[in-house]
Structure formats: structure tokens, C-alpha cells
Ligand binder design. Structure first.
Ligand SMILES: Cc1ncc(COP(=O)(O)O)c(C=O)c1O
Length: 447
């Protein structure tokens, strides 16, 4: 056992002089809110997701030469202030009504579920698979009714969920689906809105998170792999995205239609509106001499990304392949170091998939929550910050008040009862990683 105590935080941001320089330039550029840097980041994210073949299923080891910034993007990415805003945006774009049902896993962070309450529709929760952090897909199928409009699977720990199963289910239940408007009718089945808060850069069967589900919401919060301090992005992937919206489409009467606009362009325009008070001119457009006049199309939200945040993102984007590679190395070291212990860990990579290596979840087999908490304390006494992912939502006050009861989610409880999450970030040195492993092994063997 190591005698000298190290101080290992759970997930500090990995920032360099390059981020500081770009932020400084943004601050002094004369434009600090949503503007050219945000647009550039959107374009780079689109490029990263849609041409991510160099990353696919192989651990993102190659550094891309450049991310081409196209003057005209396909408009399938919008940067916002969080993944929560992105998840909520999906419900607005679909014009979800109070009677509509949205299905989410019980084993997730509150944001996946809370957005249903923000828009005022019905929340339905589904238990996990046994000993697997994904939703129980049979229970998911059984929870679908003719009011179900959206399913929100979660790529927990950065591992892309089994969307093949989810799409099989929504296709099989197509007959039940009752669209409320032209967009829902065009999709023609329950919409799959992926919570990709953890999975930026992850892939499954050769497709990147962001090009699998209908809508994907990424988080760039300070503890995430890729960060803009706070921040997030919504992407969509609709086969008809480049088709023109028919002029007679029955879709949100308060939103004026634009001649010749494609579905992608309309969703992009609407997500700008939803994120900027429903104001039809953004701050940049209003700075044009004499162009002060604007209209408010709907009494909407304020959740845009600023160019200062985007400046961080532009540099993180250049560094991201290296950051992902380092995370993968650390996970491999943890996997090796924990071999032979009575624990179960997530499968971050195999022939079919490569996660973003965001969270190292460990289950201490046979231990209770109290015993696991004692391990967390002993790790803390040795200077190692750990965490728990997740206390299932039906155990939280807010969701209990909505009528959810953990008794109905035994598998989610089972995942939680002995879970501990290691620090996993790119500020960890190899010595830190060895220190975490040796202390953990010592604690487990002697407790
Ligand atoms: C699974 C999951 N979904 C959504 C979110 C919300 O992300 P944000 O903080 O960017 O809104 C988080 C945040 O940690 C998360 O873990």
C-alpha cells in the first residue's frame, strides 16, 4: 500500500494555455455572446459526428488533420447552454402536449426525466436490465401506449445504448403511434431522443453517437470529457432532413413558414428561436445599422451558447482525439488492475463499440450500500475522490412526489446498491492511476 497520500479530485477540467488564449481572443473580439465561434463549433461538431469514420470503434486514436468548416452546414447541430436544454428542446420541437407520454430509464440523472415536467407532459419510467445499466427493453416495449411520443435512452458512462433494439420496438409499435403534427407524422413512429450527455465521441457498430438516434443531446458541462464549462449540443438525424417542408404542413401555427425551407433548416431555425426568447432576429443580426426591429414569435426560452463558451469548445475539439485516447488508456489500466477482484465493471470497448470512456462504474459484488459507502470513505481518507452513479430517480424526493416507487425498479436499485465510480480524467498521471488501483485493491482485500 502507498503510504504517501495523494490528492486525487474526481473530475477536474483539463484546460490549457490554448483554451485560455482562445477565450481571451473571444473576449477581446468585440463579440462575446452567440456569434461566429458558436457557429464554427456547430459546424465542427457536425463534421466530427458525420465524418467520424476515423474514430469509429477504434478508440479515437488518430488525430484528424483538420475539421473542415463549411460555410453552409447541413444544419443538424445547434449549440446550447446544456444537455438539459437540448433534451427539453426535442420536446418543444415535437410540440409535445400535456397528454403525451415520454419514457425514460429510472437509472439516470434527473435531467433525462425533469424536462418532461418542464414542458408539462407525462413521465413514464422503465427499470434497468438485470446487472446492466441499459433500460430493460422488454419492459420498455410493454410501457408503450398510444400516447407514447418519445423514448429517451441514456448512453450511460459514455457507452452507446442498444438503439437497434429501441428502433425494432418503435417500428413494431408503429400501429399505436398517433401523431399530433406534421413533424411527428413525417417521422411516423415514436421518436428516439438519445441522452448522449456522456457519449460525445462514442460509437457503436460503426456509427457515432449523434448519427444513431433521431435526436441526440450532448453535455459539455465542466465534468464531461469535452467541456465548454457549461454547454451542450442538440443534433438530429432525420432521413428526410434535406427534403423541403410542404407549404401546407400542419406544424406549429405560430411559427411562420419559409418558402423552400428543408426540415433540417426549419429545425435549426426553430431551435434558434426556442433558445433566444422566440425572437426572430438574433443579437448579431440586430447590430446591422438600422435593423433594430424584431418580432417575438413565441414566449420561449433563453438557453443559447455564448462565443466565450464556444471558444473553449473550439480548442477542446482539436485536443479531443488525444483526450479520448488517454481516457481509454486509463480505463485499460483500471481493467487490468482490478482483475481477480470480486467486482463488475462496465464494458467500455469491444469489437462492436467504443465508448467515450467517460465514467468508470464499479459494482462491489455482494456488498450493501452501507459497506460500499464505507469503501468510499476509506478511499477519501487516502485522498481519492469517488462518486456514485446513480441513485435511481424513484428514490429522489421529486420523483417520489410524482408517485414513483423504487419497489417497482428492483434492477435499478440493484445496480445502485453497491456502485462506486472511480475518478477518470485526463489530469490523472500514470502514478495517480497506480495509486488509485493499489489503494482500492488494498481496501477491498482488507474490508
Ligand atoms: C445522464 C445525464 N443526462 C443529462 C445531463 C445534463 O447535462 P447538463 O448539465 O449539460 O444539462 C447529465 C449531467 O450530468 C447527465 O449525467
Amino acid at each position: 500500500m502507498n503510504k504517501k497520500i495523494r490528492n486525487i479530485p474526481f473530475s477536474p477540467p483539463d484546460m490549457t494555455e490554448a483554451e485560455a488564449k482562445e477565450v481571451r481572443e473571444a473576449i477581446l473580439s468585440g463579440w462575446i455572446t452567440t456569434g461566429p465561434r458558436t457557429k464554427k463549433l456547430e459546424s465542427q461538431i457536425e463534421e466530427f459526428i458525420n465524418s467520424g469514420s476515423r474514430f469509429k470503434d477504434q478508440g479515437s486514436s488518430d488525430k484528424p488533420e483538420t475539421y473542415n468548416v463549411k460555410p453552409e452546414t447541413n444544419h443538424t447541430v445547434v449549440c446550447l447552454n446544456s444537455a438539459t436544454a437540448a433534451l427539453e428542446m426535442v420536446l418543444h420541437l415535437l410540440d409535445i402536449q400535456p397528454d403525451d407520454e415520454v419514457i425514460v430509464p429510472a437509472y439516470t440523472y434527473t435531467a433525462t426525466a425533469s424536462v418532461t415536467q418542464h414542458v408539462g407532459c407525462k413521465l413514464v419510467m422503465v427499470d434497468s436490465l438485470k446487472d446492466n445499466v441499459e433500460m430493460d427493453y422488454d419492459k420498455l416495449a410493454a410501457a408503450i401506449t398510444e400516447k407514447t411520443k418519445v423514448i429517451a435512452p441514456v448512453d450511460l458512462g459514455g457507452i452507446v445504448a442498444d438503439y437497434d433494439r429501441v428502433f425494432e420496438i418503435v417500428e413494431a409499435k408503429k400501429g399505436l403511434f398517433k401523431p399530433n403534427n406534421a413533424l411527428q407524422a413525417k417521422i411516423g413512429r415514436i421518436v428516439v431522443s438519445a441522452d448522449c450527455a456522456h457519449s460525445f465521441g462514442a460509437s457503436r457498430k460503426g456509427k457515432m453517437a449523434g448519427e444513431i438516434a433521431d435526436f441526440s443531446s450532448f453535455s459539455f458541462h465542466a465534468v464531461k470529457n469535452f467541456t465548454t464549462a457549461e454547454g451542450g449540443a442538440l443534433t438530429w438525424n432525420l432521413p428526410f432532413g434535406k427534403e423541403e417542408v410542404p407549404t401546407d404542413a400542419d406544424y406549429m401555427p405560430t411559427v411562420p413558414k419559409k418558402e423552400g425551407e428543408t426540415w433540417n433548416e426549419m429545425l435549426y431555425r426553430l431551435s434558434q428561436l426556442f433558445s433566444l426568447h422566440g425572437q426572430n432576429k438574433d443579437a448579431l443580426a440586430k447590430t446591422k445599422l438600422g435593423a433594430w426591429e424584431y418580432d417575438i414569435i413565441g414566449p420561449w426560452y433563453k438557453c443559447n451558447m455564448t462565443d466565450i463558451m464556444a471558444a473553449l469548445g473550439l480548442v477542446q475539439m482539436q485536443r479531443y482525439p488525444e483526450l479520448l485516447k488517454r481516457r481509454q488508456e486509463i480505463v485499460e489500466k483500471f481493467n487490468e488492475g482490478l482483475k481477480g477482484l470480486p467486482v463488475a465493471v462496465l464494458n467500455h470497448k469491444d469489437a462492436n463499440h467504443c465508448g467515450s470512456h467517460h465514467l468508470y462504474l464499479i459494482r462491489l459484488l455482494g456488498k450493501t450500500r452501507e459497506e460500499t459507502n464505507r469503501v468510499i470513505e476509506m478511499m477519501a481518507e487516502r485522498g481519492i475522490a469517488t462518486n456514485v452513479h446513480y441513485k435511481p430517480l424513484p428514490m429522489m424526493t421529486a420523483y417520489k412526489a410524482l408517485g414513483f416507487d423504487i419497489k417497482n425498479y428492483p434492477n435499478a436499485y440493484h445496480l445502485f446498491e453497491n456502485e462506486i465510480t472511480f475518478p477518470l480524467h485526463t489530469k490523472l498521471t500514470d502514478e495517480d492511476v497506480d495509486y488509485i488501483i493499489s489503494n482500492f485493491v488494498d481496501i477491498i482485500k482488507n474490508s
